[in-house]
Design a protein around this ligand. Structure first.
Ligand code: PSV
Ligand code: MN
Ligand code: MN
Length: 386
């Protein structure tokens, strides 16, 4: 009942990886080090390029400012290009400075708000220097206690700050606003849900879109519904992909709930977002205990498998079953595609494109991990936050 997707369809997949996935990360209990961890943004990009070389799926690398601040952004851009990749989304950061204790764009003090806007203007300059289209904004802003600040006034300040940032964009650049339901603020968050992000991005204009991070929803949320809705509204700019068991766990995409990933990708394909460069797929993950580059390879392959399963859905038969209100048949058609072992077809696709048929084995046998462990001794290892 499942169909065989064309290689052309399968080959449209592009997944952006994020520089912070290659640095050390952990929990508030402990950050574990790994031999060979990058010491600077150049080394992070070198590691990310390995993921693309092994899979052909990850041609761009998101950066994070200030973690990836360098003196010469043109050099960073050239370095990426020399390694066969490009710099991707620029992520701002207004959550690690003392000034931002009570908020950034929403802060009651105009001086702090100005500082937060200026940080985004710096990010836009970096986008120009690196040839990047997208600015992604995730704010840690919120309050911990009822009455701490005016929820409504904070929305007004947020709208004002976002408008100032939006006004600085070039015509071919985009502002992507990410939402998250809680943490680090616990009583209220200033951009907690897709509705809030949608409202602000609509007010800003066409160049503003919503980022959907799969880990940023309450348990039980039907994320694929949000995907369908934002695509219909023309406002889904990007995904941050990861897995969660409890909250913002940032685990390997597709490992906690592969069926959810399939359902999300189904709505992406059904809504016309698959293969559309305006709907970016990005990994926002941290590898606390597993090896980072293999963790990233596994992640992009998980997304590829989910997409291949979705492309195996017999959409005509599904539409007919839906028209007939044949509940069980419709579900059967979907589940048949989900149960398809797509690994052989993906190995064929890779072979046809001159890629290793087994990217993970190929990478592990390449000696890259041993080489960086030898070479990158001394110096501070990069970590989530530096
Ligand atoms: C914090 O929750 C976060 O994980 C957001 O998802 C951002 O996308 C990411 O950090 C990088 O700033
Ligand atoms: Mn995210
Ligand atoms: Mn997150």
């Amino acid at each position: 009942m499942a169909i065989a997707p064309s290689q052309e369809q399968l080959a449209k997949l592009r997944i952006e990886v994020a520089s912070w996935a290659y640095g050390n990360s952990g929990t508030r209990f402990r950050v574990f080090g790994t031999p060979g961890t990058p010491r600077d943004p150049f080394e992070k990009i070198a590691d990310a390029a390995q993921v693309h070389a092994a899979t052909g799926l990850a041609p761009t690398v998101a950066i994070h400012i200030p973690w990836d601040r360098v003196d010469d952004y043109d050099a960073l851009r050239r370095h990426a290009e020399d390694l066969g990749v490009a710099v991707g989304t620029v992520n701002s950061n207004t959550f690690q400075e003392e000034d931002y204790k009570f908020g950034s764009l929403t802060h009651p003090d105009a001086r702090v708000r100005r500082k937060a806007v200026d940080h985004h203007l710096e990010c836009i300059d970096i986008m120009r220097a690196t040839g990047v289209r997208d600015l992604k904004i995730w704010l840690a802003d919120g309050t911990n206690y009822p009455g701490q600040d005016s929820i409504r006034a904070r929305q007004d300040r947020l709208a004002e700050g976002l408008a100032a940032i939006y006004a600085a964009l070039d015509a071919d650049q985009r502002l992507l606003l990410e939402y998250k339901f809680f943490e680090p603020a616990f009583y209220h968050t200033d951009v907690p849900d897709w509705g809030t992000s949608f409202a602000h991005t609509v007010a800003l204009g066409e160049q503003a879109k919503v980022v959907l991070d799969t880990g940023h929803h309450a348990p039980g949320t039907n994320i694929e519904f949000i995907v369908a809705q934002l695509l219909r509204l023309g406002k889904l700019g990007a995904f941050d992909l990861n897995s969660r068991f409890y909250a913002d766990d940032d685990l390997i995409v597709g490992l906690a709930d592969p069926f959810q990933l399939f359902r999300i990708m189904h709505e992406l394909v059904a809504g016309g977002g698959y293969g559309d460069p305006d709907v970016q797929l990005v990994l926002d993950q941290c590898h606390n205990i597993e090896a980072k580059i293999p963790g990233q390879i596994r992640s992009v392959l998980n997304v590829q498998e989910a997409v291949a399963k979705v492309l195996s859905i017999d959409t005509e038969a599904l539409a007919a079953a839906q028209r007939d209100c044949d509940v069980l048949l419709a579900n059967d058609i979907l589940m048949d595609a989900y149960s398809t072992d797509v690994r052989p077809m993906l190995a064929e696709l890779r072979a046809a494109r001159g890629l290793p048929e087994d990217p993970m084995r190929h990478f592990l046998a390449s000696g890259y991990l041993e080489r960086i462990a030898d070479e990158r001794v001394g110096g501070a290892q990069a970590s989530w936050g530096a």
